[in-house]
Design a protein around this ligand. Sequence first.
Ligand SMILES: CC(C)(COP(=O)(O)OP(=O)(O)OC[C@H]1O[C@@H](n2cnc3c(N)ncnc32)[C@H](O)[C@@H]1OP(=O)(O)O)[C@@H](O)C(=O)NCCC(=O)NCCS
Length: 195
Amino acid sequence: MAARVAELPAELKYIQYEHSLESQYLPAIRALISKDLSEPYSIYVYRYFLYQWGHLCFMALDPVDSSLIGVVICKLEHHASHSPPTRRGYIAMLAVAAPYRGHGVATVLVKKAIDAMAQKNADEVVLETEETNIPAMRLYERLGFLRSKKLHRYYLNGNSAYRLVLLLRHIDPDGHEDPNGAADLSLDDMDTAPR
Ligand SMILES: CC(C)(COP(=O)(O)OP(=O)(O)OC[C@H]1O[C@@H](n2cnc3c(N)ncnc32)[C@H](O)[C@@H]1OP(=O)(O)O)[C@@H](O)C(=O)NCCC(=O)NCCS
């Protein structure tokens, strides 16, 4: 395994995914994500997300050679069957190359994804993560995500997961926004400074 870098090389480039970047970055995105996640995804899963919600996908690139260092992939859907109807953002995949971990790269990526979902009027952002994934749990809980459910033996490897939720907007059962609720949450108020 490559050695962990003591400091990031320089200011990383953070860019939003777009279709014209597919041939340049999709192979690297697949390689980076499949390295650590317990679920193997086919290329169709990546395309499902990237074709529809590429604007909710962000990449961290090496400033020198533009190689991929980190990526977050999300979606945003309207759930009309929820009461009240909900616009739910979902963080599907997140990975940072092992040598670059622990410097806040994932925090920046997740924050950008949340900002993009909030701009598209998401009411909440949800995800699942393995209960043993301490770095991911720390990162998300530091950003304000709460544990909403424990999912026993959720993954193929038999590990359990937590569903985590970040409320961006408080909606009461009658469908009215609570002006004193989570709508006032500002990501800039949270401890998200890159290290
Ligand atoms: C989870 C992951 C994306 C985090 O990336 P990162 O760039 O290192 O994340 P950040 O530096 O922004 O934050 C990581 C947090 O975990 C902490 N952390 C890292 N390794 C840790 C460890 N072994 N034990 C405890 N805490 C740890 C960091 O200190 C930091 O928390 P802090 O800011 O409160 O100090 C990265 O570890 C990864 O790619 N893992 C494999 C894929 C994965 O698990 N994805 C998440 C699926 S939901």
